[in-house]
Design a protein around this ligand. Sequence first.
Ligand code: HEM
Length: 484
Amino acid sequence: MAAKTKKKANSQNPQPPSPLKLPIIGNLHQILPVPHRSLQALSLKHGPVMLLHLGQIPTLIISSSDSLREMTKSHDISFSGRPNLKIPRQITYNSKSISFSTYGDYWRHSRKLCVLHLLSSKRVHSFLPVRQSELSSMLSLISHQSSSGPVNLSPIIYTFTTNIICRVALGRSAIEEGQYRLLHDSIREVTELVGAFNVEDYFPSLKWLNRFSNLDARIESLFKKFDGFISSVVEDHIVAGVRDDAAAAAGDLVDVLLSLQKDDSLGISLTMDEVKAIILNMFVGGTSTSYIFLEWAMSELIRNPKVMKKLQQETRMVAGKNSMVTEEDVNKMHYLKAVVKEVLRLHPPAPLMLPRETIEDTELQGFKIPTKTRVIINAWAILRDPKFWDAPEEFMPERFMNSGLDFRGQDFDFVPFGVGRRICPGMQFAVTTIEFTLANLVHHFDWEMPSGLSGEDLNMEETQGLTMHRKYPLLLVAKKMDWS
Ligand code: HEM
């Protein structure tokens, strides 16, 4: 592997600046209540590269595109580790998911396999019938519910994104309803738990405190539930048999992983736990992020009726009276793409990305960064940095029209999917789904706030864990378009 201009930390370099800290908790109290906002405020005082002490853990905070560019272009490998956090470790079969495995051979091979075989353009395209049929069901459900009052869009969208992943990963038609509910609930709980605060991750010497909470029991019970379910699905697939490569390629992700398990030429022989961890990763990575995006997108469109109107004009002009906006139509919709980018800019589903950890001594912006420093990239702050963005707090999709700015990791001011070796491999899967879904939601319905309220009345409070979603469910009135 060719390492980019790797530069070891010069021991003469100073440490990054740090705010004053308290005994024992360090700077932990300063990152509450909403970490990405509090960290942005701290970085304005202490600089875009600062060192906090979160409990006992030295944590580097990166808050500018310049430092992110240097990190990625000059020291990408050094910053490509992930910390060994308790909950992800226990839930992902001892850190065998791609997201939480540390930098090394296993991560490299499993990521490559995922990029080539699970999330490649060809495979994303092959999931089109699943997207279409789940979208049809969602649109019918909205139509049906809208006849009796405002529609609570949040659970509807969540079920939609979960169904898509279930079907592409497991072939959900084979799963009975009771099991499906169990899976649905456990994915939600895994996502919540993975983002939850856990004493041991900040105070390793106090890990015995976990004995007094019910956390271990909760993790174990959740893990057992998920593992029991996924093991039986894998078992069913084995019994049904992956006939040959062609059958696997046409099948679901479990089929693909089982067939890859037998392929010696890949340089990796996946254990059953690794297969299950990768499937779990697809669920957790793919469900909540797209759901969060769609909730924020509909919220911003309701608050900005002119943008909603312009977007509807585009979808209705391109797709006409067709019953569904197709993916070919979507490719002609430049305003839609600008709206999607603007929602990702203002509401990145993972505002602090996923935590990183340095795997060797390195440096950044002239500061010394020792090995095993935890690293948080405040994407939320970068995406609202007034040095780059005009009126950064405003929702203005027009800023992306003819701008060429893209989220594929080359524009360090626009990084909703991350950067470098660890950039999100599900980007194409996600963008294909969310563009198609958003276009259809606005194409099929006119949307209003309930009870004569206006879009300005919509509460935009966010919750904070690993992902940032709406604090309150999104209730809207949907009026079906009459195409006659
Ligand atoms: C709007 C949707 C999505 C957003 C905004 C998003 C964002 C992100 C971000 C910020 C990271 C961390 C990148 C870094 O550390 O630099 C990430 C990693 C990851 N994402 Fe996504 N993601 C989305 C959808 C998906 C989907 C649909 C999948 C899979 C089905 C997925 C799978 C992953 C995986 C496996 C990783 C870990 C990569 C690694 O550590 O090597 N994501 N994503």
